[in-house]
Design a protein around this ligand. Structure first.
Ligand SMILES: Nc1ncnc2c1ncn2[C@@H]1O[C@H](COP(=O)(O)OP(=O)(O)OP(=O)(O)O)[C@@H](O)[C@H]1O
Ligand SMILES: [Mg+2]
Length: 598
């Protein structure tokens, strides 16, 4: 990107950021006035130096001797109001902007497609809200405050100098191009570094999250040293980048000071030329000198502010990029009321956005209304991928899915998802009560009786009843106060409560003991009666009664039929079945199931 277009881009980002302040334009106005007063008051005070020296001390002018203390107090009281208005005002605006941006980014997370979440470490996604938006705050606050207050100070001081002695002020002209050059170079550098720092903050968050989340694995597998090294490497890189920023700031401040010293020397030199020294009063000389002295820290801060602005802008840029990402594709216009759940996969293929192989190839499958289809097969075969197409987490790369005789892309996303209840391979619970976890999202209005009935059907009341507050017990972050099987039962209860025409069970009972599984199985059987169900199970005993069983291997359906048909066929399924019953201790059920013992 060329420097010119980079600047235009920065300006666009800045303008967009300013847009966030529009709702508080009154506060913005008051704050800007406060800033101007704060900076201007200093210039006014400096302007008083000349009469102070020339009239009070040289001429002993009684008028000035009386009024001067009153003016001084007056100026600084006014300035105090300005300081308060600008400091508080800018924080008020900054915090509001941060909140608005955080909400926008979060809203983006809620509507972005599944592929987005796989493409980026989650630490990055979290730090966007916790860290990056704070960077934006400091751009919108410190940077603006410094720019305006110090800018007004500089302009005020320049005016004081020019009006006091235009001749001496010429000395300053030397500084202006020099300072402009420094500012441009510095801001370029910041822009480069800031982006990298944001990325690093994401890695820091991600690493901490991972290590803390995996604290058991870390201990058991002795991963402490590895984790510590990894963390050190990342924090080291962050520190280096931050120090680069510090080095740039320090260099620019030092350079500005040196330039200023030259200007000062020039001022002294010019002011003491024999032709000049006679008609320049001490008041004039010292006023110009003080004005310049008063301007220096402001100039220094003004060049330093570049770092904040650049950091804020590149932070905002990153956030806006996410906010602008296209949401989940939803071209459907047909509102699906309650589907008959006649489901047909036609030549469905899937290549994951980041994968380079076909996770699914030419899958043809018909799931008639009210039937149970079981998907079995070796791990990694594509079973979860196949069912994840239904709620459109991913769209088929080839082929199509037909629901009630219509391409399922024709339905609106929300109405399609309303037809599906899902118990996934990884149960996800929220840090809330059991009741709120079962009646989650659109189910939130469910009555307590319904929730309890659903929990009962999922065989969950058995452990919920033993809890101190029953269904109103808090279950901790991602349900970590529950056992694996308990979590699974809550997920099943959630699916039961949803009462949707399509039911997807991906290893839904894998964490349960045989008895609980059998109890839930009965509940599920009742549930499956008037809906279309897709069950994925490794434990084949749980799917023997399915209307059809499809064996998925390497993205293809290699066999399909009922349990009896597939056993008779003697292919993949029969082999899987034989192996599973062999791995188990010999029980009478084995021979009852008609499997020949070896
Ligand atoms: N989000 C993803 N991005 C890229 N590849 C993926 C993604 N999810 C799954 N895969 C790949 O797709 C293939 C099928 O995975 P899938 O989860 O569908 O298998 P599965 O049959 O459900 O296995 P299991 O029985 O172990 O759950 C695997 O090779 C996996 O690596
Ligand atoms: Mg799976």
């Amino acid at each position: 990107m060329s420097a010119g277009s980079a600047d235009t881009h920065s300006w666009l980002v800045y303008k967009r950021l300013l847009g966030y302040t529009r709702p508080f334009w009154i506060v913005v106005l008051v704050t800007l006035v406060g800033m101007a007063v704060e900076g201007g008051a200093l210039a006014v005070f400096t302007r008083l130096l000349q009469p102070m020296i020339d009239q009070m001390f040289a001429n002993k002018n009684a008028y000035y001797i009386f009024w001067m203390p009153i003016w001084i107090v007056g100026i600084f009281v006014v300035r105090a109001f300005g300081t308060f208005a600008s400091s508080y005002g800018i924080s008020y605006i900054g915090r509001n902007v941060v909140q608005a941006i955080q909400q926008d980014v979060f809203a983006a997370y809620l509507r972005l497609p599944a592929a987005f979440f796989g493409a980026e470490p989650s630490g990055q996604q979290i730090s966007r809200i916790t860290y990056t938006s704070e960077q934006v705050a400091s751009a919108a606050t410190d940077a603006v405050k410094v720019s305006v207050t110090e800018g007004v100070t500089v302009i005020g001081m320049l005016y004081v100098m020019l009006s006091t002695s235009a001749y001496l002020t010429l000395a300053l002209l030397v500084m202006i191009p020099a300072i402009m050059v420094i500012t441009t170079v510095v801001s370029r550098r910041y822009r480069q570094i800031s982006r990298r720092i944001q990325g690093m903050m994401g890695s820091v968050t991600g690493t901490v999250e991972e290590s803390v989340g995996a604290h058991r694995e870390v201990r058991i597998y002795g991963g402490q040293a590895y984790e510590a090294d990894r963390f050190e490497a990342i924090t080291q890189r962050t520190r280096r980048l931050n120090l680069k920023v510090a080095a740039t700031t320090a260099t620019s401040s030092a350079t500005v000071q040196t330039v200023a010293a030259f200007a000062l020397a020039l001022l002294v030199y010019l002011g003491t030329r024999p032709s000049v020294i006679s008609h320049i009063s001490p008041g004039v000389f010292f006023t110009v000198l003080s004005a310049m002295g008063g301007m220096l820290p402001s100039l220094k801060r003004l060049t330093g502010v570049q770092s904040n602005i650049q950091r804020g802008l590149s932070a905002a840029d990153d956030l806006f990029e996410v906010i602008d990402l296209p949401p989940e594709v939803d071209r459907g216009s047909h509102e699906l009321q309650r589907t008959r759940a006649d489901l047909r996969f036609e030549g469905v293929g899937l290549v994951y956005p980041r994968g380079d192989f076909e996770a699914l190839r030419g899958v043809d499958l018909h799931c008639a209304p009210g039937t149970v289809t079981a998907l079995v097969g070796r791990s990694g075969g594509g079973k979860s991928s196949l069912v994840s197409l239904l709620p459109r987490f991913h769209e088929p790369t080839t082929g199509r899915i037909v629901l009630d005789g219509r391409d399922y892309l024709d339905y609106t996303l929300a109405s399609l998802r309303r037809q599906i209840a899902w118990v996934g391979q990884n149960v996800v619970l929220f840090d809330d009560t059991i009741a709120n976890n079962i009646a989650y999202g659109e189910l939130a209005g469910a009555s307590e009786a319904d929730i309890i009935a659903a929990a009962g059907a999922a065989n969950a009341m058995e452990f919920i009843a033993r809890m101190p507050q029953g269904i109103h017990t808090q279950i901790g972050q991602s349900g970590n106060l529950l056992s694996g099987g308990q979590r699974q039962r809550l997920a099943i209860a959630r699916a039961i409560l949803k009462n949707a025409p399509i039911l997807i069970l991906d290893e839904a009972t894998s964490a349960l003991d045989t008895e609980s599984e059998r109890l839930i199985q009965q509940a599920l059987l009742r549930l499956m009666r008037d809906r279309t169900t897709l069950v994925i199970a490794h434990r084949l005993s749980t799917i023997e009664h399915a209307d059809q069983i499809a064996v998925v291997e390497q993205g293809c359906i290699v066999e399909r039929g009922t349990h009896a048909e597939l056993i008779a066929l003697g292919g993949h399924y029969a082999t899987l079945h034989r192996m599973q019953f062999h791995d188990q201790p010999v029980e009478p059920t084995v021979s009852q199931a008609g499997i020949p013992a070896v």
